[in-house]
Design a binder for this molecule. Structure first.
Ligand SMILES: Cc1cc2nc3c(=O)[nH]c(=O)nc-3n(C[C@H](O)[C@H](O)[C@H](O)COP(=O)(O)OP(=O)(O)OC[C@H]3O[C@@H](n4cnc5c(N)ncnc54)[C@H](O)[C@@H]3O)c2cc1C
Length: 446
């Protein structure tokens, strides 16, 4: 489950020109956080995931009046925690911190949060056997001039025959995509921009707690829960935001952090309509089914990471970095595999399908030692509708276009709008929230 290792990147890359927030972290940025620029108008942030929470945090630090409108009854979005299932806290959404060169890595350091590097060895289910070595290297999706064809087609073009299909599916799954949908070319371009480092880390407590305790806690009093935004009218001097409860909110600037899937399905009506170029760009994003299933057993019969199942591409021991006497295996299921499990219709059927595959791999030990499961299916969550954004075939510069502000009024954030190559991640979502506020302040400064 080491997304950077999957793509065979190595070494740290410097932060380069990335603007880092200063309020939580580097003081160097504090001087340049447009400190002379203030704003007496009202800002509304839509969505209380990592991106919206951090945008609110920056607005608060600037003394700007803001509200956060969240559709559900909780904050965190694609982050959450499960207690009581095991004797440690489980992250139901994001759980790995990708890289140690980011604002959130800085936050981990400054708060003394305990993390453990995840160097788990991969075991492969290949040709109906568990093996530690493969006859060919399947990690071929990095480099210059890859063609704009799917991972699966590129793998076949490079001589990886159908025995590798489920392993390639797992590699694509790490990007939240099916191997038939993810562009080899555009994904490699995304990877070129990645600067936050290659290592993955797990939290002794939880990733959710990091965000909750150090960001959400500062803005929670400004969040209105159970407030699904349905309409945005930005045609007049001020912006009118309408919610599904009949409420109306007036503001001067709007920061939209909802998942790109919500924009793709036109769940929010814009008046006037968003520019055609922007909606066309949004339609090019991929965001497919995804789920995490936690399987609790009486013994740990499995390898640290098992890669290449046909039901689930990647199984990982969930207890790495935790203090626990429990045995919990994570089934990380994305793309077509998640769609297939989702189609089974209920959590019991999903669990049974996974147990059956594990029994095949591990000689019946899964069913024999099974205690309980907990399914977290993002596929149909009404206000998420998928796992995370990925670059499709023909993606081109869609991410840059989609993330542009409209009329100096609407600003777009959320992980999908991160143009630094850090989409799909929590730190990418936070960066996007920050960038939206900076973009708004910069426009005021002109
Ligand atoms: C299964 C899974 C595993 C992941 N694992 C990792 C990982 O290990 N490491 C990592 O870095 N990242 C991981 N990610 C990705 C990471 O969780 C996301 O990139 C990040 O949390 C997204 O934050 P966000 O604020 O952009 O969006 P979200 O967290 O989705 O927040 C958007 C918010 O908008 C709200 N909303 C939607 N529609 C409306 C509306 N109409 N009105 C008001 N509110 C609305 C939603 O309810 C939600 O709270 C994972 C994601 C998934 C699904």
């Amino acid at each position: 489950m080491n997304r950077r290792d999957f793509l065979k990147r190595s070494g740290l890359i410097s932060l380069g020109g990335i603007l880092l927030p200063s309020v939580l972290v580097p003081s160097c940025r504090k001087e340049t956080l447009l400190q002379d620029v203030s704003f007496s108008g009202k800002v509304i942030v839509i969505g209380a995931g990592a991106s919206g929470l951090y945008a609110g945090y920056i607005l608060k630090s600037k003394g700007i009046d803001y509200n956060i409108l969240e559709a559900t009854s909780t904050h965190g979005g694609r982050m959450g925690k499960l207690t009581g299932f095991a004797d440690y806290i489980i992250d139901t959404g994001a759980q790995w911190m990708h890289g140690n060169n980011s604002i959130l890595a800085d936050l981990v350091r400054s708060t003394g949060t305990t993390i453990t590097r995840d160097d788990s060895e991969l075991t492969y289910w290949f040709n109906n056997q568990l093996v530690s070595e493969l006859p060919s290297d399947p990690f071929i999706f990095e480099g210059q001039n890859l063609p704009d064809i799917s991972f699966k087609d590129y793998a076949h073009q490079q001589g990886l025959d159908s025995r590798f299909d489920n392993i390639v599916e797992a590699i694509a799954g790490d990007q939240g995509a099916s191997a038939t949908a993810l562009s080899a070319y555009w994904n490699s371009k995304d990877e070129e921009n990645w600067v936050s480092g290659d290592e993955d880390y797990k939290f002794r407590s939880s990733y959710f707690d990091l965000i909750n305790d150090h960001i959400a806690s500062h803005v929670a009093d400004r969040i209105t829960y159970n407030c699904p935004v349905t309409e945005i009218d930005y045609g007049g001097d001020r912006i009118t935001v309408r919610d599904g409860n009949g409420g109306e909110w007036i503001c001067d600037k709007l920061i939209i952090t909802v998942p790109v899937s919500i924009l793709k399905m036109n769940a929010i009506t814009f008046t006037p309509a968003l520019p055609v170029e922007k909606t066309a760009a949004i339609s090019r994003f991929g965001m497919g089914p995804g789920m995490k299933v936690f399987l609790k057993f009486s013994s740990a019969f499995y390898n640290a990471v098992t890669y290449g199942g046909s039901v689930c591409g990647a199984y990982a021991d969930d207890t790495l970095g935790k203090i626990t006497s429990d045995h919990v295996l994570l089934a990380f299921v994305m793309g077509d595999q998640a769609a297939a499990l989702n189609a089974l219709g209920n959590d019991t059927a999903i669990t049974n399908a996974l147990l059956q595959e594990l029994d095949t791999m591990y000689g019946g030990q899964a069913t024999a030692t099974f205690i309980n499961s907990s399914v977290h299916n993002y596929t149909n969550m009404p206000f998420i509708q998928g796992a995370y954004s990925y670059s499709t075939i023909g993606m081109d510069n869609a991410r840059n276009i989609a993330s542009q502000p409209v009329n100096n009024k609407l600003y777009f954030a959320g992980e999908a709008m991160n143009t630094n190559g850090h989409h799909q991640t929590v730190h990418g979502a936070v960066e996007a929230g920050y960038n939206a506020v900076i973009s708004m302040l910069s426009a005021l400064d002109q």
